[in-house]
Design a protein around this ligand. Structure first.
Ligand SMILES: Cc1cc2nc3c(=O)[nH]c(=O)nc-3n(C[C@H](O)[C@H](O)[C@H](O)COP(=O)(O)O)c2cc1C
Length: 266
């Protein structure tokens, strides 16, 4: 089947899901790529409708084994009219649990037709120099794998007349999905003296929780612990403050050392 345009949807607070999505997009090799980046609040005000001759590629990070809640909310407004779809989750070398299955289910509910799916590895949001977890991933090998996956998706589409002929039936995961954890209380991010109030963190925050004129002021209830502010700070002034968050980072950096490889389902 011929594709009119590739709609590349991504939510990517620390950039790894976006990097994987772009590499898969390169592999698919379509001229008409439209990037729909829903990472910032402004990006999520847009509603998207896709047609049967579009190709929808959705890439999101795994948060506690699931698709992040705010992504679920936005995807709930998507209208995909029999659109062939590629579902991608990116996780921090622990597990992707039920996230890929959940993403496939959501896309089906919106009217999309998942024809391929994949789980890639990205540097963990809680990774730091002291507690490295999948540091610097996706790396060159991951991105080559992503491009190869994209080429396979393109070939699969060219071999059929309708998306229904190319459906992907199996991805790992369970129903009911892993339960979402209750929100822990307290302050999560510490802002050190090195902060020069440049506003980069406020720009990077996917939920608009940081005041652009006073970056120490954080709406704690809004924070989704994505660490976009920590990783984007040019002064290295932001760190994880909560001891439970630091404990998780230490444990993950010990338990998740063995390199996992991308898994693709076509
Ligand atoms: C709140 C939260 C929960 C996470 N849960 C998981 C998880 O269950 N398994 C895992 O391997 N990685 C987990 N991660 C790591 C992210 O999935 C990983 O770092 C991903 O590459 C981030 O994508 P992004 O760069 O597009 O934001 C979690 C990250 C955050 C912020």
């Amino acid at each position: 089947m011929d594709i009119r345009s590739l709609k590349l949807v991504c939510f990517s607070p620390t950039g790894t899901s976006r990097a994987v999505a772009q590499a898969v997009g390169r592999g698919i090799g379509h001229d008409g790529v439209e990037v729909v980046d829903i990472t910032r609040p402004g990006g999520r005000t847009r509603r998207l409708e896709t047609a049967a001759d579009d190709l929808l590629l959705v890439a999101v990070p795994v948060h506690v084994g699931r698709v992040p809640e705010l992504v679920c909310r936005w995807l709930g407004t998507l209208k995909a009219d029999h659109t062939p779809a590629v579902c991608i989750v990116v996780y921090g070398n622990r597990e992707f649990d039920d996230a890929l299955l959940e993403l496939m289910d959501i896309i089906r509910e919106c009217g999309g037709r998942p024809i391929a799916a994949a789980a890639f590895i990205g540097e963990h949001s809680f990774s730091s120099a002291d507690t490295p977890i999948a540091a610097a991933r996706p790396d060159a090998a991951d991105l080559r794998r992503a491009e190869r996956f994209g080429r396979a998706v393109g070939n699969k589409l060219r071999s059929v007349a309708f998306a229904e002929e190319a459906l992907t039936v199996y991805v790992p995961g369970n129903h009911p999905y892993r339960e979402r954890l209750p929100r822990p209380p307290g302050h999560f991010i510490a802002v050190g003296k090195a902060c020069v109030q440049c506003g980069t963190c406020a720009e990077a925050c996917p939920v608009g929780a940081i005041d652009v004129r006073a970056s120490t002021a954080v709406e704690e209830d809004e924070c989704i612990f994505c660490c976009a502010c920590v990783k984007s700070c040019p002064e290295g002034a932001r760190t994880m403050r909560a001891s439970w968050l630091k404990d998780i980072a230490v444990r993950l950096s010990e338990d998740c050392r063995a390199r996992k490889e991308p898994e693709c389902f076509l």
